[in-house]
Design a binder for this molecule. Structure first.
Ligand code: UD1
Ligand code: MG
Length: 422
């Protein structure tokens, strides 16, 4: 640990909550934003800030949540969900002997950015504060804790919406939930928090009033972009946050030289890779773990599912679904196709309406189409099947399971028979 404890920093991520308002069997922390569990955006922030001591407090369905966390994050269990102060208390034993700054993050605040947190930590350190809150001003503050200020405009506490009187409800300055504490002050304050509120919970936010009454310095940083402050508690908020995250992802691709014709109707998962000068037409949905090369044309109405890899200069045109498949360069699949569990070579033409029948009712089978093959319109490839290099299927053929069409041959009919050898 740094001799100058001021520079030490640890993070506690609160992720134990059930997310009652989501009305879901899935724990809130695992609800995805752009294909990724929301808690992962928060663990990324801790990682970006190079916080090596990072503790996640888990509770509801903890085993499920633990599975998605990066291994460097330590976890602790909150046995009963008695509130955010109780959650932080569970992490305190893991911070035994630690002195310095503790950054508290909530799993349901995934839109925060690194620069915001950096300025929060900086302010906290510069002022030697006991606590530094990240606050925001919003027109409709419903649902958030309100910031209380004394007559010198110093922060004197936080009141939760449920416990606020009508005057307090009018306050537009809210608590984002993100806060830096001096570890020693936090330990002291936690001991004094009592569940004196309507929900009978131990509120972390009460630590602020406690520290204030002891004459400690409470600082704050006001968030610049209100959207960042958003806490996700309901499905409607999830949808709103998803839209914001999607815009960030799409903007980043455009910045890197990808054309997105209609960003509002293009849904690219977090972690998608797309090469320069690829053009994405409207109503394209890209699920996780998809890689798209350079100069590709995708959509409109394309659905690229998990495990799709497209090399350079591929066209995956309108009404196409691809899953767990690799397609090599210069291959064209321009009109309504389903390609599943396939390895498609280079410079292949996949005619309109062609599909792989990859599921035999029990398991998925593999389709291999070699370079320069020509798949006629409306071909059904019943896998497992191999279409040889440069071979052709006539329109409407059904290539039955187990067939290996030799190199350069032409097949036709139902079931497809060899018309012409090379
Ligand atoms: C909290 C804040 C509120 C703030 C808002 C910002 C408190 C008391 N209130 O309210 O001031 O404006 O966030 O979004 O802190 N959690 C646990 N264990 C528990 C309870 C909650 O780990 O026993 C976790 C949840 O998983 C969640 C986070 O703490 O990640 C916040 O809990 P939540 O119930 O969403 O608090 P809010 O009502 O949104
Ligand atoms: Mg919340």
């Amino acid at each position: 640990m740094d001799k100058n404890s001021k520079n030490n920093i640890a993070a506690v991520i609160l992720a134990a909550g059930k997310g009652t308002r989501m009305k879901s069997e899935l724990p809130k922390a695992l609800h995805p934003l752009c294909g990724r569990p929301m808690v992962r955006y928060v663990t990324d922030l801790a990682n970006d800030l190079k916080i090596r001591r990072c503790i996640a407090v888990l509770g509801h369905k903890s085993e499920e949540v633990k599975k998605v966390l990066p291994p460097a994050i330590r976890t602790v269990l909150q046995g009963k969900l008695l509130g955010t102060a109780d959650a932080v208390k569970q992490a305190v034993p893991l911070l035994k002997g630690f002195e310095g700054t503790v950054l508290i993050l909530y799993a349901d605040n995934p839109l925060l950015t690194r620069s915001t947190l950096e300025s929060l930590v900086r302010r906290h350190r510069e002022n030697n504060a006991a606590a530094t809150l990240l606050t925001a001003h919003i027109d409709k503050p419903a649902g958030y804790g309100r910031i209380l200020r004394d007559r010198y405009a110093g922060i004197s506490g936080i009141v939760e919406e449920k416990d606020a009187d009508d005057f307090q409800k009018d306050i537009k300055e809210i608590n984002t939930g993100v806060v830096c504490f001096d570890m020693r002050r936090l330990r002291e304050a936690l001991r004094e928090v009592r569940p004196n509120n309507l929900k009978k919970e131990y509120y972390l936010t009460d630590c602020i009033g406690i520290l204030y009454s002891r004459g400690q310095i409470i600082e704050s940083v006001r968030i610049q972009d209100m959207q960042e402050a958003m806490g996700i508690n309901s499905r409607a908020e999830l949808a709103a946050a998803n839209k914001i995250m999607q815009k960030r992802i799409n903007d980043a691709f455009m910045e890197k030289g990808v054309t997105i014709v209609s960003p509002e109707t293009t849904f690219l998962s977090y972690g998608t890779r797309i090469g320069q000068d690829t053009v994405i037409y409207p109503f394209t949905v890209v699920e996780k773990s998809v890689i798209i090369g350079k100069h590709c044309i995708i959509g409109p109405f394309a659905h690229l599912r998990e495990g799709t890899i497209l090399n350079d200069d591929v066209v995956a045109g309108n009404f196409i679904e691809i899953v767990r498949s690799k397609i090599s360069s210069h291959t064209l699949a321009k009109h309504f196709s389903y390609i599943g569990d396939s390895r498609i070579g280079a410079s292949v033409n996949i005619g309109a309406g062609s599909v792989t029948a990859n599921f035999d009712g029990k398991k998925k089978n593999v389709t291999v189409v070699k370079d320069k093959a020509f798949i006629g319109s409306d071909t059904v490839l019943v896998s497992p099947v191999v279409i040889g290099r440069g071979s052709r299927t006539a329109a409407g053929s059904v290539v039955t399971g187990g067939t290996h069409v030799p190199e350069g041959a032409t097949v036709a009919g139902v079931p497809a028979k060899i018309l012409k050898k090379r």
